[in-house]
Design a protein around this ligand. Sequence first.
Ligand code: ANZ
Length: 832
Amino acid sequence: MTEPHPESHRDDREQQSYDVHATEAKWQPVWEELDPFRADDDSPREKRYALTMFPYPSGDLHMGHAEVTALHDVIARYWWQRGYEVLNPIGWDSFGLPAENAAIQRNEHPATYTYANIETQAASFKKYAVSFDWSRRLHTSDPEYYRWTQWLFLKLRERGLAYRKSSPVNWCPNDQTVLANEQVVDGFCERCGAEVTKRELTQWYFKVTDYAQRLLDDMEGLDWPERVLTLQRNWIGRSEGAHVDFDVATDGGGSRSVSVYTTRPDTLFGATFMVVAADAKLAEEIVSDEQRPTYEDYLAETRKASDIDRMATDRPKTGVFLGAYAVNPVNGESVPVWASDYVLADYGTGAIMAVPGQDQRDWDFAEEYDLPVIRTVQPPEGWEGEAYTGAGPAINSANESVSLDGLEIDDAKRAIIDYLEQQGTGRGAVNFRLRDWLLSRQRFWGCPIPVIHCPVDGEVDVPEDQLPVVLPELKGADLKPKGVSPLAAAEDWVNVECPKCGGPAKRDSDTMDTFVDSSWYFLRYCSPHDDTQAFDEDKVRLWMPVEQYVGGVEHAVLHLMYSRFFTKVLFDMGMVDFTEPFTALLNQGVVINQGKKMSKSLGNGVSLGEQLADFGVDAVRLTLVFAGPPEDNIDWADMSPAGSLRFLQRAWRLSGDVASAPGTSPEGGDVALRKVTHHTLHDAAELVESHRFNVMVARTMELVNATRKAIDSGCGPEDPAVREAAEAVAILLSLVAPYTAEEMWERMGHQPTVARAGWPTVDEALLVEDSVTAVVQVQGKLRARLEVSPDISDADLEAAALADESVQRALEGRQVRKVIVRAPKLVNVVVG
Ligand code: ANZ
């Protein structure tokens, strides 16, 4: 037998690779057994809560899930390595419209469809090796969970925060259910895209508006993306202004006081008419008999338009005169009262003072109906037509006792509010755009509302000991949306005895909006199996608030606002000791393909299953993490999962080349390689903490290259620095590519699991550079570069700079006037 040529031996080694799928199959049961990510309430370690927004069980996992969990897992796994006890739970937001619609389409029962999907997704998450604590798994559609959703509903009701009222609501004619304002996007149903109309219905609401100011103020301390904070702020929509009272004379000689909300009370002298929302009760009450038929026709038209359309500034203005007149409290002028759809019934007071001189919509309306204009702010020279909304001194704004003339807007506002308050005809006011949360849905697949309607006692709470009100199965029943909940037709279920009088009564047949379920799940994870209470307050104190929440920006308004609201209510109830549930928030970008959102119609969908089959879990995860900053979108067409896989194989090969024994001290090992290792570990920690995961991966790649070089042409495989470096690679990769990391760890003679190996201690001495480059400038021009010690003193650096030959040449014997020294990096010589 001849010795193999050393080069051919090397080729063999370069060809070596591990079987990705066999590795996945090998480690899954081992990890299942080890259960390394179970969060221990009693651990003495410092606790951290890492939460990823829980999924809806519609179909199997897709690229979006793969991305968010890969990113989120870097943080959770990093925290474990850093010695924290980490809570990283998983569950399913399993009630709701999408699953219900999909099930109906397939002629399946929503429960069957939902729970089958959950199992599929759970299996995929396990294969995907997300570091979840599986022991805390929950589903919001389980009675063990929604019993407490119902309990919380009753608690809110007890505090006057859950109430029923009749009002015009957003109605989706396709889903046959009401929608919260937040679920209407540009006038269309967020879920199905149908055009949303209005309907008068009696519905359940949560009084979010009571918390408007706190929802705004408490954003102060949140480490959230600015754009999410802005969306929340805009949604709350706080404005400052005044309520002004006008006397409105009505048919038959009577009069009543009507308040308007205005942000520009300084323009009151220019209020030449009043506009009432066509669909406000007020309009119906004050319309004259003569104008009533015209008004009613107009009202029917108004009901068809969406709020967004109604508020659009570029829409032609329409309206009807109500046959009533209002008295402007500052000048006694009698102004006509109109109804129009550009004023909304449920904002402010549903009535406005119209100031065409200063407000463009009022201007357009005045143009249309030939109403008078009085300007109350001096427009710039040459200003013609149109409302003037800019700054300037007040004009035409005086009566016998008050004059605003000459005052700038803010001063004029203050002066007029003072005056109105003295007169008792108005007062300063704050207004919020935020509306109460409409939570009842006329659908089957949701949490039943625990209230009984009794003809004698009215709305009666289901007694706590009768919770949960279990959703009946209704097997075989027609669950298609019909405008009333299918539960209303379930005679056996709906007809009950009144808990108060024992007489015949009916259960509330609506179900709750899914956002109710997800407004408190993060609390339930702290004691998910407690069947005596919604959550254990002590356990919540251990884990909450969530230190890092990761999820899509699509939840920037609804889910986050509602979760914040619930948390504040629970704080007021004394059940939690914090007012914000999520301290830090990370919104990942979207995975797109070929520059476009993936969609069935474009045929550019990327199947996660196929990617995993082709490249394996680790390569897909690595690709998603390495793609760029986590907030950026990822175009899958530009990615190279094959390249990721090649890198992982290269990393894995290192572990086969380590020739020293496990546990060998790295002391005395090759210093150059040790420095790279320790620098990488040091920087990787900072990079993960600042969410620059992609750079952390790049640095790991560099470490792999440096280690390979050391093995092949440097110190050789026996050097303990090689083991130290390869082990560092495995630990770094354990955050991103758990299978490869585990395989490496085992090959280097360790027991599983590398995921809990712990972050290596960084040797500060190895971080110190031997020399740094100092730059010497003469008159601002670069003249020399000096290799100096990083801790050189200013004086020594100055001396070295001035002694340098090229610096001497540049000075040409001129007088040195000043030397600016910034050791160890810079010397600036100024000559006279
Ligand atoms: C007179 C005025 C003069 C106004 C002027 C503005 C400019 P925000 O900032 O959104 O709170 N408004 C009040 N209630 C309304 C309703 N229900 N539907 C539609 N518009 C309504 O805006 C408040 C301003 O929007 C109010 O101030 C009112 O018009 C209008 F030069 O009153 B203003």
